[in-house]
Design a protein around this ligand. Sequence first.
Ligand code: ATP
Ligand code: MG
Length: 436
Amino acid sequence: MRLSRSLVPTLKQTPAEAQISSHRLMLRAGLVRQTASGIYAWLPLGLRVLNAISAIVRAEQNAAGAQEMLMPTLQTADLWRESGRYDAYGPEMLRIRDRHERDLVYGPTNEEMITDLARQSIQSYRELPQTLYHIQWKFRDEMRPRFGVMRGREFLMKDAYSFDLDYAGAVNSYRRMMLAYMRIFQRLGIRAIPMLADTGPIGGDLSHEFIILAPTGESQVFYDAALEQLDYLRSSYAYDSPADLANFHDLINTYYAATEEKHDQARWATVAQASRREGRGIEVGQIFYFGQKYSKPMGFSVAGPGGRPIVPEMGSYGIGVSRLVGAIIEASHDDAGIIWPESVAPFRAALLNLRAGDAACDAVCEDVYGRHPGAMLLDDRDERAGAKFADADLLGLPWQIIVGPRGAAAGRVEVKRRATGERAELSVHDALAKVF
Ligand code: ATP
Ligand code: MG
């Protein structure tokens, strides 16, 4: 992408309305713009990050055997009346009336809709278990939208739903999704800690929140640092092995982790002093096992082996895809700007032409850019070198390839690693080998 022809409206000044680093940086780096309270437009660079996160979420959901689908944002109120949540959900739910005076809601979550779809299409116990998911915009009319995309009103969520024939099956599905979550967060370059949680308006019996530490987090959390060291990507737990999933779950449960609502001083005291981690946390995902909470009132049953009806056991599993953009920045930035983990960076490298118009600089830049045009952001603007350096650090791409007139004439460029600040002057060939 050529910066001279792109909508990347970087800001030098800190926008007054932004209270936390990630919000400030998302505005300053031109990733998003607010269009109404708690509602954001995703500009080209921001959308690339959102898509990169979605791709990782999708790949790991598919690997875990979940099937992608897409449910609409608008739902009929009747579905919510069937489950009893139409009145219970409260003012966070956006209620709409169409021209025929029918009540609709802009979906804050999809338990009712997926249960309705399942009851229409799944008849026999032979068709279960199944897990379905989608990545779709949600609306919750939050009382206090704040911190940018971290607590918006319209936000992108991945939500999955599992259907099993019995409790043991449902717990297995729950554990499988938990393993997928740990792998997703690790691939995103963040350490999210699973913590036993209250179930809130989704309801049910068993729930975990996935929380990352950040000073601006909304709840106090406590956990054993050993949980930061576990490597779920290299572990050999197989998604289709209930024994592996039970071992994985046991491993997680070995270590203490709790939000303030569930905090247990006596157990906390048994964690070695040096391993105690305590601070503010941001929830990036939550999973629920809630049994027949929706299948029963909504009349969803399948024919069992002898024809006897079985009411499926369900769970639901959310990840805040748009919140993650902010959460990743909270966890990875410095005074100069964002430091993107490689897995979600909008581009792998920034290519800085320090003197656009200089024949040698232009030739080297076009040559380098032409080799990986999809992976580079070429700063070919007519700007001072200082402004280009500042914007490159602000945008936070993992690598910078810096092309100045003196080096270019000798076929050399400078390569800078954004995370460490480490620099090296190299031939064009060696620079490309280092970055790609
Ligand atoms: P919170 O406690 O932060 O309000 P929640 O528990 O109500 O969130 P869930 O129903 O568990 O949210 O939704 C699943 C995920 O969706 C959350 O873990 C979070 O990452 C994301 N999410 C929820 N509300 C918002 C919001 N207002 N803005 C952005 N992301 C959100
Ligand atoms: Mg939650």
